[in-house]
Structures are given as structure tokens and as C-alpha cells.
Design a protein around this ligand. Sequence first.
Ligand SMILES: [Zn+2]
Ligand SMILES: [Zn+2]
Length: 370
Amino acid sequence: MPDPIRVRAVVLRAQGAPVAVEELLLAPPGPGEVQVRIRASGVCRSDLHVRDGDWPRPVPVVIGHEGAGVVEAVGAGVASPRVGDMVVLSWNAPCLRCGACRGGRPWLCSGGSAATHRLPGGRAPFRDASDGEVLAYLAVGTMAERVVVPAEAAIGVPEIDPAAAALVGCAVSTGVGAVLRTAEVPAGASVVVVGLGGVGLSVLMGAVLACAGPIVVVDRDAAKLALAGALGATAGILAGSDAAETAAAIRDATDGGPDFAFEAVGTTGSAELAISAVRAGGTAVLVGIPAFTERASLAVYPFVDGGRRILGSAYGSTVATRDFPLYARLHREGRLPIERLIEERIPLDGVEAALASLRRGEGARRVAIP
Ligand SMILES: [Zn+2]
Ligand SMILES: [Zn+2]
């Protein structure tokens, strides 16, 4: 077996403390595993939740779960992907054995390696300078020069810009999938998108693909509303501190409330806004994930009386082997302008600053290029 190789990676040593680049040792791929040279890794709000300690997670861990790269080596028994393939990494590699996987809903799999942040055999993919284990967030840990992941997590896609491919791994699948797969928005339905980060802008692109309309976007940042307009939003609402005012503006823009309201921030306030905004018979789709302890409330009478629905959308109901190549192809055909979501390309050293920008709600997606 070849020796471990040295890689630079973004490591979280303690939740609530800054991340830093470290040099780690990466063991070669074992049976059922593949080694990927990472070409791009997006900075997602989930990484921020982990860094800030909003969600309890084990450390030390290489963060990042939205990555793309090229397969460099494969372990025994791996038929696909092959060396040289461009792959997008899936942060929920399905176990293919549990009830959710066998029932065709792999996005609900809880038996895969993502839950342990380890490779399927139980080992951590990285070791540090003092020979301690370093985990990989969701068993991918994409903010590294190279990673070793379960073969099921590395999905072959047509060649596209690596930064756009990285976003397919989380923001695009989560957002576009929420529209096309979870909610199955029909043509002509009215849609509101609350929050225009990478996921919210992807919800917007999905609504455009679904021929929804009108498509109304809501954010606190005028620059993001302008970007959403260029991507196909038909109206923008600048959210202030008064939620009732924002809800009234949404109802005005959608003839009394939208058929579908997508929450893509992950705060209880925006979830409550989406739930309260939908028209009778409409559906609120909750896409963002708040801190573990958060609770939202709703007015039960109008919710029941109006026959409204709430859907939770996990990973956009994504079947990675089906959807990653589709989204890459749509991008290549110019129908999914993922490149417009990329705010800035940064080095691995810039990830802590990018997380701070994300915390302040500044800009669309930042992508680390190792
Ligand atoms: Zn993500
Ligand atoms: Zn499973």
C-alpha cells in the first residue's frame, strides 16, 4: 500500500473558535474508497453552523461539504468513478441498505458514513502532526487539497467549471431540488424566495426552470435583490425589521400570497414569515436549517382553515447519481447560470474570513480553490 501523502486542509479544532489551515497526512484509498484532488470547495452556511457550534459536531474535523475535483486513485473493488473523472462530492453518501435508501429516498439515509464523519470502515481519513485522528465533515471534508471519500460520495459529471461543479454538491442541489423534486412546483405557480444566499439563489434558478411566475424574492441586501432580478426574479422586496410589513408586501406582490414560499435562510423568523405568507392551499417549503435548539410558531387557525402545508426539504430530495449530472448538463447548456452565484474565489487561508462574511450576510457564494 502506498504511503500517506501530505495535504493542506482547513481544520476546526474547537467549535466556536477560528478554523486554520494545517498540514495533515492523508492515507491512500482503501476498498470502496476513492482519492479526489479537490479543485473547488464552496463556503456554505452549514460550515458556519459547525464552526460557530450551532450544531454539535465532533472535532477535530476538516470542514467543507460542497466540493468538486478529479479522481486520482481508486481503492479495491471500485467500478465507478474512474481515475481522471470529474466528480462532484455528495455530502450524504447513501448506505444503500437502510429503509430510506431501499425506498428510493437516499437523501433521508442515516446509515451512511456522513453521520460518523469517518470512512465506511470506521477510520478517520486524516492524521495530524502528532498522529491524532482528524475527521472529515460528513465524510467528505472538502476544504483540503486532496480527500479520500466513499466511492458512493463521488459522482461523475460532465466537465464544467470546477467552482460551478462544487456548488452542484450542496447549494444548487438543495435549492433547485427543493423546487423541482421536493415541492414539484408546477408551471405558472407563484413563488416567493426568502433569503438570497447560495441556496436561495438556487431556489430562484429552480423556479425559473419550472416556469413559475411571478417569482418574488425577499432579502435585506439590495445588491442581492438586483442579482436575483438578473437571474429571473420578477419582483424584489427589501426586508426591514418589521416582519408584518414584509409579509404584507409579499401578499401585495402575489395577489394575496404565493402558492409556494421557500425559506432559504435558516432562521425561525424567516420560517415564520414563509409560513404566514402563503395563500390558502399554498405550501411553505423550509429549506434552511437553524441552530439545533430553535423553535418556530404559527397561527394554527388560519393554517388549518386555509388548508396550507409545510414541507421540510432535506438536500432538495436529491438522488445524486440522477441529479448531479443533470444540473451540470443544464449549466453547460446555459440554463442554470451557477457562475452568477460565485462572489469570490479564495485560497484555503481565506476560509475563516469568508465564514465571517457569511455570518454578516454579505455577498453570494465564496469558493475556496486549494
Ligand atoms: Zn451546504
Ligand atoms: Zn441508507
